[in-house]
Design a protein around this ligand. Structure first.
Ligand code: GDP
Length: 482
């Protein structure tokens, strides 16, 4: 009954939202991606460019001079933390370090004033659009399939994945502890905690740079938000005999109850309160990190992206379609950090991401959403140059490596600029599945410091440089400013 009341309240809130939107149109833009994909940097750069009149030639409203102004306003949802835009800008510009990454859901309202492109609308005066930007961890989307699984099915699948040769050594410690645990033993908090901690450590090891796996549910184990340490997160899959049900008071029964609590108190509310109200979505993907870690990471990323996309065509999940009032009509997949490559490779990066989402996208288009793929750098930390080496001219990128970054036996202190030949991406996107295991020897990536902002002769600070951020804006918002 409570669930029904919840659902009804949710529908009511959505209707109220809709009514409010009648006065000034509102567009709720979801920004997601797995941890460190670039969500925080993307939102900061997007807002900064709109507020400070950045160079956005592919964003039609800006290019044609119709963008009057953009400014921040109080967000509509009081219970959601505000995206800390000002602090992030200060960190980027004053300290030249990257801001603190996304750890939970946050929101920001940007109001855009524009001159309409059509004569009739111009007569009505300036147009206004509230762009509500909702930042949330992509890990949480990957929890959706849990809703259709019971504890024993989930345990079986999680164990199969952990025993896969690509992950086995990382899971070794947790698997040994499981082997020494009888699920029928009496429920004990310390044992549950110990197993959950080892399971979480296994997931974290899978996520680390050298493996860069993506499909690591439950999402809150690596990205707990405000739930760190709570009992709803103190469980893990168990090695169960098939068909056996949990004995009262057993460890099995305890883990099962917590798994169900996780679905009820964590997964469902997230989808209901945040996801169900989005109009448009950008999914940021650190494609380069997966390429750098090798084919196992690439395949895992592909599976995670299919999982993320399945949330956007909820027909397959009747619970989710039941709570959706709005419909997401545009989804943009963006390979981030394109400034790590020479521009000749940007299209290749795009083609690789397109390949990774190809099958899943075909199904989403069928469901009525428009999907596009792009490569971008929300903040461009490098410049391009031609460097002569041994009599030949090579395309290079110039940037200041972050302090502590290492490449070719050298450790950088973050003070001076270097030239780097990042290596080329394969021409045929299918090649990403073929390389031998381990980091690809042809690609060299290193993290750079954010750029120094240049000032004009009049002393004005220019907005943050980017690559194809304007193209993303055009697809996500452009048609609403007609
Ligand atoms: P989040 O976890 O999705 O919020 O990820 P962030 O936005 O915090 O980005 C994670 C890290 O990726 C940053 O600290 C930067 O090092 C790097 N990064 C993100 N976007 C860019 C970009 O456009 N260019 C460059 N060079 N690095 C980026």
């Amino acid at each position: 009954l409570t669930a029904l009341a919840d659902e009804a309240l949710n529908t009511f809130e959505n209707i109220v939202d809709g009514a409010q939107a009648l006065s000034v149109p509102t567009l709720r833009l979801g920004v997601t991606g797995l941890s460190r994909a670039g969500k925080t940097v993307f939102i900061t750069a997007l807002v900064h460019n709109l507020v400070h009149g950045g160079r956005l030639p592919l964003f039609e409203a800006a290019a044609s001079g119709r963008l009057a102004r953009a400014f921040l306003q109080p967000q509509p949802d009081d219970a959601v933390p505000r995206f800390d835009y000002e602090a992030h800008v200060d960190t980027l510009l004053d300290e030249r370090v990257w801001p603190q990454s996304t750890r939970q859901t946050s929101e920001l309202r940007l109001t855009i004033e524009y001159e309409s492109a059509t004569f009739l609308k111009t007569m009505l005066g300036r147009g206004r659009l509230h762009l509500d930007i909702v930042d949330y961890p992509g890990e949480w989307l990957l929890d959706l399939p849990l809703l259709n699984k019971d504890f024993s099915t989930w345990s079986r699948e999680a164990l199969e994945r952990a025993r896969d040769p690509a992950r086995n050594t990382l899971a070794d410690d947790w698997l040994r502890a499981l082997a020494a645990t009888d699920p029928a033993m009496e429920a004990e908090e310390t044992r549950a905690r110990d197993l959950a901690a080892r399971f979480t450590a296994y997931l974290a090891a899978c996520r680390a740079d050298d493996h860069a796996f993506s499909l690591l549910p439950p999402g809150r184990f690596l990205m707990p938000g405000d739930m760190e340490g709570s009992p709803a997160l103190t469980f893990c899959p168990l090695d169960l005999e098939s068909g056996g049900s949990a004995k009262r008071g057993s460890l099995h029964a305890m883990m099962e109850r917590r798994f169900e609590a996780y679905k009820k108190h964590v997964v469902r509310p997230f989808f209901r309160e945040h996801f169900a109200r989005l109009d448009r979505q950008i999914v940021l993907v650190d494609t380069l990190a997966a390429l750098n870690a090798g084919p196992a990471a690439v395949r895992d990323l592909e599976a995670a992206l299919a999982g993320i996309l399945s949330c956007f065509r909820p027909g397959r999940n009747s619970w989710l379609s039941g709570i959706l009032v709005r419909r997401i009509d545009r989804i943009l997949f963006a390979a981030t950090k394109a400034d790590h490559l020479h521009h000749a490779d940007h299209d290749r990066l795009e083609a690789i991401l397109a390949k990774l989402v190809e099958k899943a996208v075909a199904r989403a288009e069928f469901a009525g959403a428009e999907v596009e793929v792009t490569a971008l750098a929300a903040i461009r930390a490098t410049r391009e140059a031609q460097v002569r080496q041994d009599g030949t001219t090579l395309p290079a990128i110039l940037g200041t490596p972050l302090p502590g970054e290492r490449l070719d036996g050298e450790t950088y202190d973050g003070t001076s600029e270097i030239a780097l030949f990042p290596g080329d991406l394969p021409n045929d996107p299918a090649a990403i599945y073929e390389a031998s295991t381990g980091p690809s020897p042809d690609l060299r990536f290193i993290r750079f410091r954010p750029p120094k902002l240049e000032r004009t002769a009049e002393g004005l600070t220019l907005s943050l440089p980017h690559i194809r951020l304007d193209r993303a804006l055009q697809f996500l918002v452009g048609d609403k400013l007609a």
